[in-house]
Design a protein around this ligand. Structure first.
Ligand code: NAD
Length: 368
């Protein structure tokens, strides 16, 4: 029995560079903790366009539907800016998310003590922060119909529609409650039930799912604007936040930036459980392909390494190993090892992408 199947799509720019470091980590878990992944690799984004004229082939898409988890690096780059919208690198990523029906986007906001000075907030507000935002990813105002720009009399009118069905709300609520049970067992649901009917329904359905299936989890409700204020005032009051696509887009970026560098931020997008009980899953760093530093050995691999830690926890049920990997990252940072993006103005010399990967593996060694 292997631990599970993993499809690696390194993509463009710094994607392949940070993925090399994740492969070192996977190799270490194989040699030292008996994890045995059935790994395949393929192309996505600009790399797939260069080879096949499409940012994601049908064969890669079909394979992504079959594996336990997909780990993606990043897509895009200036070379592809001239391409038609239909074959731009980002379309490959969007196709994966859409066809795998990944409706729950998990964005942790975790502040490692050693980096608390990087936050724009006071150190005591963010030190030790560990919250999770669950954003509904496949419905809501970004997809609702009618939409468009129409002419009304002498002027144009822009229209978008916020639309949620009960089942769309219920399934993302379940994702949030399941997550909370693995954490501090608390969920705060955010909407605008004071001014939006879709918000009233959102609140009702989240409460119903809670009462029927997750009464053991502590549930609270908050208006999303108040939630934004509370996230900057005292973010540590939250454990899991669940919210819709639009509010989640804003709140997850806000929460992520509480913690500092883009090079540190992992994410997961989960869908419905497959026949083996594991959710459809795509793990990826929040950052893009960083063309300004690609090929220079400067990229911070931690966001991608932490995305793999999320895969260990949520796809492969290896919570102990995930915690170990996060502890290794924490140790490396506490020891003062820094890629360029994590350097303060005053100094020291940065390590390369590869040296950061080696340091994480060395830290795993000491924690084993
Ligand atoms: P970006 O995230 O690639 O880079 C923004 C800034 O952060 C850059 O200065 C970059 O050097 C820095 N940065 C990002 N990741 C880093 C890391 N791991 N280590 C150190 N520094 C890091 O965003 P952008 O510049 O707006 O976009 C560049 C390309 O990436 C575009 O083609 C864009 O469409 C694409 N993009 C892809 C994704 C994705 O694959 N999910 C997400 C965002 C942007």
């Amino acid at each position: 029995m292997t631990t599970g199947s993993l499809l690696i799509l390194a993509g463009d720019g710094i994607g392949p560079e940070v993925m090399v470091e994740v492969r070192k980590v996977i190799g270490w878990f194989g040699a030292n903790r008996g994890l045995d992944f059935d790994i395949s690799e393929d192309l996505v984004g600009g790399a797939a366009y260069d080879a096949h004229g499409t940012p994601l082939t049908d064969a890669t898409m079909a394979h992504a539907q079959e594996v336990d988890a997909v780990l993606l690096g990043a897509v895009g780059g200036p070379k592809y800016d001239v391409l038609d919208f239909s074959v731009k690198p980002e379309r490959g990523l969007l196709r994966l998310r859409k066809e795998m029906d990944l409706y729950a986007n998990l964005r942790p906001a975790q502040c490692f003590d050693a980096l608390a000075d990087f936050s724009s907030l006071k150190k005591d507000v963010v030190a030790g922060l560990n919250i999770m935002i669950v954003r509904e990813l496949t419905s809501g105002v970004y997809f609702g119909e009618p939409r468009g720009i129409i002419k009304e009399g002498n002027e144009r009118v822009g229209i978008n529609t916020q639309r949620y069905t009960e089942s769309e709300i219920a399934r993302v609520a379940r994702s949030a409650f399941e997550l909370a049970r693995r954490r501090d067992n608390r969920v705060c649901s955010m909407e605008k039930a004071n001014v939006m009917e879709s918000g009233v329904l959102w609140r009702d359905v989240v409460q119903e799912v809670h009462d029927a299936e997750y009464a053991d989890v502590e549930l609270s409700h908050m208006y999303a604007d108040a939630g934004a204020m509370q996230l900057t005032r005292w973010p540590k009051q939250f454990d899991v936040i669940v919210t819709d696509n639009l509010f989640g887009d804003l709140l997850s970026d806000l929460a992520a930036m509480l913690t500092g560098s883009l090079g540190m931020l992992p994410s997961a997008s989960l869908g419905a459980p497959m026949a083996n009980g594991r959710p459809k899953a795509l793990y990826e760093p929040v950052h893009g392909s960083a063309p300004d530093i690609a090929g220079q050995g400067k990229a911070n691999p931690i966001a991608c390494v932490l995305s793999f830690a999320m895969a260990l926890r949520y796809s492969f049920d290896k919570g102990d190993e995930a915690a170990m990997l996060e502890a290794a990252v924490e140790k490396v940072l506490a020891d003062g090892v820094r890629t360029a993006d994590l350097m303060q103005a005053d100094g020291g010399s940065p390590v390369s992408t590869s040296e950061m990967g080696d340091a994480i593996v060395a830290a795993l060694e000491t924690l084993n």
